[in-house]
Write a protein that binds this ligand. Structure first.
Ligand code: FAD
Ligand code: NAD
Length: 156
């Protein structure tokens, strides 16, 4: 089956946008991700799917922790930065900390986790996180659909 057909079909599923963040030896790394899922309430578990070739993959194996930062509609530049789409205009990000894990200030919500399971599936790994800390803020979400960003009112 054609890769483009698969991507086009998956792109029809509208999502929010997150940045996964972690820290190894005081070096903070972020990666844009929309393959995020809330998994279980009792215990509180979430999952992210990370490509095995991503830098983030080996860093998660080392740190054993990550935070999922849900982006607001004003944080599209952060999504582009952490997807490697701002190579000509990179900028610094001042991370905060939540329970020892780096997090992006002013995110819509942040979920900090300890990795409790890692399942290798095809060319990705599902990192299941047990939630250790949560932060919730006001704002509207950044949306992603058919390879394009949008805001909630643009869908209405
Ligand atoms: P790199 O590509 O090396 O780093 C990512 C970028 O972040 C680089 O430009 C780097 O300079 C910058 N960066 C990292 N840390 C910092 C820092 N501390 N300060 C400033 N800049 C920093 N891939 C998946 O595996 N799973 C997904 O669910 C997924 N969803 C995506 C959803 C969207 C909407 C998009 C656009 C992309 C998605 N990707 C996903 C692709 C993924 O974001 C890119 O392939 C990304 O480049 C992989 O990052 P990396 O860890 O390999 O590191
Ligand atoms: P796109 O049109 O290739 O992606 C549309 C949808 O296809 C995505 O939302 C995702 O659901 C799926 N998809 C894309 N690449 C995938 C992959 N390697 N593995 C599993 N699912 C994948 O491209 P875009 O929306 O313009 O994204 C920009 C870049 O980010 C591309 O290089 C894309 O491969 C990457 N991306 C990767 C993932 C992922 O690894 N899960 C998710 C989204 C985007």
């Amino acid at each position: 089956m054609d890769d483009r057909l698969f991507r086009d079909a998956m792109g029809k599923f509208a999502t929010g946008v997150t940045v996964i963040s972690t820290k190894v030896d005081e070096r903070v790394h972020g990666m844009t991700a929309n393959a995020f899922m809330s998994v279980s309430l009792n215990p509180k578990l979430v999952t992210i799917s990370v490509a095995t070739h991503a830098k983030m993959h080996s860093l998660l194996k080392q740190s054993g922790k990550y935070a999922v930062n849900f982006l607001t509609e004003d944080q599209k530049p952060l999504s582009m930065l952490f997807a490697g789409q701002m190579k000509d205009e990179p900028f610094e990000v001042d991370f905060d900390e939540l329970g020892g894990t780096p997090v992006i200030p002013d995110s819509l919500a942040v979920v900090a986790c300890d990795i409790v399971e890692a399942y290798d599936v095809g060319d990705h790994t599902l990192f299941v996180g047990a939630v250790t800390d949560i932060q919730v803020n006001e704002g509207e979400p950044l949306l992603f659909h058919a390879g394009k960003y949008s805001r909630k009112h643009e869908f209405a």
